[in-house]
Design a protein around this ligand. Structure first.
Ligand code: GUN
Length: 284
């Protein structure tokens, strides 16, 4: 039976540390970080994420604004709004909630955000920086996974890490981060030949493929660490991960549950990135 990695607890500890540091900075510099979130349209899941981001930002002592724009906004109008935030010295972090309506090019929007305010870590310059080992603002979900591994003192150096999924948001950046921590990294995906054989050689498995219960216990080596990044909703409305927890937890030494594993870490890391951006912009 495995140890459960408690992301809810680790996220809370992180937020408490951020809150303490924010209060000290407010005392010292007389200002607090500002996170501004832009949301286009009325996707209920996006609205819920954006509300949580604001709630936690306020809770740690940040200022936080939400800019709600209609689905009908043109790409040019959205880019102009971002340029305004780029130029506003009171805004330290900008996050444009994804997905965007199909008439707006996501990559163009991401490139328009000032690199130093890109608290999602999605700008190509940050992605490039991460891949060559620079100190960048790192994408929040994979950065949260690394925090969990560190919190539980899980060794990465010399370990075989297998990443399942090659998204820009999780698969590719977590591979770069694990490589930086001296793991031997394999990225697998939907076209990988004999994926179960590759997975079963892993000391650390990161599963972000977006398929409910994709990874089963027979693909897990005894004692492996299993990180489940999946958030899938069943027909009954239940949240399930990309890992079949029941069978995988019989083999793993450590495993993240869904919910309560990786999920809570994403917003905690967004707050950490906003604080980092604020300090850099304010020379603190
Ligand atoms: N939509 C789902 N996850 C994310 C995220 O991490 N950042 C942004 N901007 N949009 C998202």
């Amino acid at each position: 039976m495995s140890n459960i990695i408690d992301g809810k607890h680790v996220a809370k500890v992180l937020r408490e540390n951020i809150k303490t540091e924010t209060a000290e900075l407010l005392e010292k510099a007389g200002k607090a970080p500002n996170l501004t979130v832009v949301i286009v349209g009325e996707n209920p899941a996006s609205q819920s994420y954006v509300r949580s981001k604001k709630k936690f930002a306020i809770e740690v002592g940040f200022e936080s604004d939400t800019i709600e724009l209609p689905e009908s906004i043109t790409e040019a109008q959205l880019l102009a709004q971002i340029e305004k935030l780029n130029a506003d010295p009171n805004v330290n972090g900008i996050l444009v909630q994804l997905p965007l309506p199909t008439h707006i090019n996501e990559q163009t929007v991401i490139r328009t955000i000032a690199v130093e305010k890109d608290v999602d870590g999605f700008h190509p310059e940050q992605v490039g920086g991460l891949s060559i080992g620079l100190d960048t603002l790192e994408p929040c979900t994979p950065a949260g996974i690394i925090e969990l591994l560190k919190y539980y003192n899980i060794e990465t150096s010399g370990k075989n890490a297998v990443v399942i999924g090659r998204s820009n948001i999780v698969g590719k950046p977590i591979a770069s981060m694990l490589l930086k921590l001296n793991a031997t990294v394999t990225i697998t995906h939907s076209r990988t030949a004999n994926l179960p054989a590759v997975a079963s050689g892993a000391d650390i498995l990161v599963v972000a493929i977006g398929k409910p219960h994709f990874l089963t216990g027979d693909m897990v080596k005894d004692g492996a660490v299993v990180i489940d990044v999946g958030i899938n909703r069943t027909k009954e409305g239940k949240l399930v991960g990309d890992v079949d927890f029941e069978s995988a937890s019989k083999k793993a030494s450590y495993i993240t549950p869904v919910p309560g594993g990786v999920g809570p870490m994403t917003i905690a890391m967004l707050l950490a990135n906003t604080l980092k951006a604020f300090k850099k912009q304010s020379n603190l």
